[in-house]
Design a protein around this ligand. Structure first.
Ligand code: GLC
Ligand code: CA
Length: 496
């Protein structure tokens, strides 16, 4: 929500909408990064961890949001981006000046390779090589993401302590928990432990033991003493990874959000895979861990467009996905607008997209020989901007998001899909989410109950029971456009 009419959502606008969140029933808000940032990657490139991005307001605005949230018993979860900073951060500006300044080891510098080129062949997530040459030092620095996001050097003890100071500062300010960004790559393993046959730096060094060690140190020194919740955004490749990051005995995160690139998710998701994973993940963490559940976030296309049918069965799919999310074991994370069934957008030209990842993707497809139309069509499907279009509050201009020109196009369906309309309509997606959240609060079986699949492994129905203390609930979801039947023992169920 834009509170001052400049077209950009901000803290003042968010504070105005706290009653909406209360009405929905959520008990915590995960804020995307709001720190000072040149915004190369929507705030995930931080130039000052101790201040607020000017477009979003000032520290007093953040404090007003915090107080308003706490007054309504809503906890605040801040995003911590600690794998990298912005190249405009003071540390980096100093670090790149010379090889012997006080900040020289805060980032990952290497001499050129034998041929004068990059130290190794790693590719970065947002296109091109993961190394950038800095003539001032005559060395390359590593950036697993954009070149404006240099990787911090966690092997340097002093740098680590300064990073922990950031967390301590926000603890003091009354934050209740953290979502920790891209945290699987702290130990780069460049002494021979990284798997150099993997082209991307992030796949090559993911989940090395040093990373786990640094996470444990961070938790022990910063969030544990203040008893704050942490959810790590991590690279989960197998069940052991899930256990390592999210088992209580490990002293790492309370929950983990697994990262899967949108393009991979679009190509590989299926009800069969969901069933398999739900079962395996439940088994993996039931003794000693906990799950973070989500179908949407700021890095994925909209869930009703991706997993449902955003046309003929828009309402049914949006509700079904909400039911699935809230009845699985674990803590459900609802992404803004999901509770209204907001859908993907198709912007008419690549210039209208804002996301660095989308622009890079478009360029890559063009380089592979696609026509501009083909490249645009593919980019529209995978774009992270699908999830980032302004929230649709009502049917007034710009969906009620701003009185100015919005920073990113508002979806044209705001006249029919918007919060004001859905709050009035008992059959809406919003009211359905409200009920789901209430059900979870009122029925411990949905939170603590055992989980058991009760549907065939093949086919579009995902059905399971949750049971606790002699109470059993059945949740059945039909991921197809046709009616389905389901037998539980000899009892037939109809799944519309
Ligand atoms: C995480 C964020 C994503 C960001 C990236 C780099 O995956 O969720 O939005 O671009 O890290 O910080
Ligand atoms: Ca604004």
């Amino acid at each position: 929500m834009d509170g001052n009419g400049d077209g950009i959502g901000d803290l003042k606008g968010m504070t105005e909408k706290l009653d909406y969140l209360k009405e929905l029933g959520v008990t915590a808000v995960w804020m995307s990064p709001v720190y000072a940032s040149p915004n190369v990657d929507n705030g995930f490139d931080i130039s000052d961890y101790f201040s607020i991005m000017e477009e979003f307001g000032a520290m007093e605005d953040w404090e007003a949001f915090r107080d308003g949230a706490h007054a309504r018993e809503i906890a605040i979860i801040m995003d911590l981006v600690l794998n990298h900073s912005s190249d405009q951060h003071q540390w980096f500006k100093e670090s790149k000046q010379s090889r012997d300044n006080p900040f020289s080891d805060y980032y990952i510098w290497r001499d050129p390779g034998k041929d004068g080129g990059e130290p190794n062949g790693w590719l970065s997530v947002f296109g091109g090589r993961a190394w950038e040459y800095a003539p001032e030092r005559g060395q390359y620095y590593l950036h697993l993401f954009a070149k404006e996001q240099p990787d911090l050097n966690w092997d340097d003890e002093e740098a680590r302590e300064r990073i922990f100071d950031i967390i301590r500062f926000w603890n003091e300010k009354g934050v209740d928990g953290y979502r920790v960004d891209a945290i699987s790559y702290l130990d780069k393993g460049m002494d021979g432990r990284a798997d150099l046959s993997e082209p991307f730096g992030t796949t090559s060094c993911a989940n090395l033991e040093g990373t786990h060690r640094y996470i444990r140190e961070m938790v022990a020194k910063t969030t544990r003493p203040d008893n704050l919740m942490t959810v790590g955004e991590v690279n989960i490749r197998n069940l052991q990874d899930a256990k390592d990051y999210a088992s209580a005995s490990r002293g790492e995160f309370d929950m983990a959000i697994g990262f899967v690139p949108p393009i991979v998710e679009i190509k590989t998701w299926s009800p069969q895979r969901f069933k398999q994973e739900a079962k395996e993940q439940y088994e993996a963490l039931r003794e000693d861990g906990w799950w973070a559940r989500f179908l949407s976030n700021h890095d994925k296309p909209r869930q009703v467009s991706l997993y449902g049918n955003d046309n003929e069965y828009w309402l049914e799919s949006a509700k079904m996905l909400g039911c699935y999310l809230h009845t699985l074991p674990g803590t459900p994370f609802v992404y803004q607008g999901e509770e209204l069934g907001m859908t993907n957008i198709k912007l008419p030209s690549i210039e209208e997209y804002d996301d660095i990842d989308t622009k890079n993707y478009y360029r890559t497809i063009l380089e592979k020989g696609a026509s501009p139309q083909e490249a645009l069509a593919e980019s529209q499907v995978v774009s992270r901007d699908n999830a980032r279009t302004p929230m649709q509050w009502d049917d007034s201009e710009n969906g009620g998001f701003s009185t100015g020109r919005p920073w990113l196009a508002v979806h044209e369906n705001y006249k029919t899909i918007n919060a004001a309309q859905q709050m009035r309509d008992k059959d809406s997606v919003f009211c359905f989410y409200q009920s789901l959240i209430r059900l979870r609060k009122e029925n411990p079986v949905l939170v603590h109950g055992d989980f058991a699949l009760c549907c065939p492994q093949e086919g579009p129905v995902i059905a399971y029971t949750r049971s606790l203390d002699g109470v059993a609930w059945l949740a059945a979801h039909n991921f197809s456009g046709q009616e389905q039947g389901l037998f539980i023992g000899s009892i037939p169920f109809y799944v519309p």
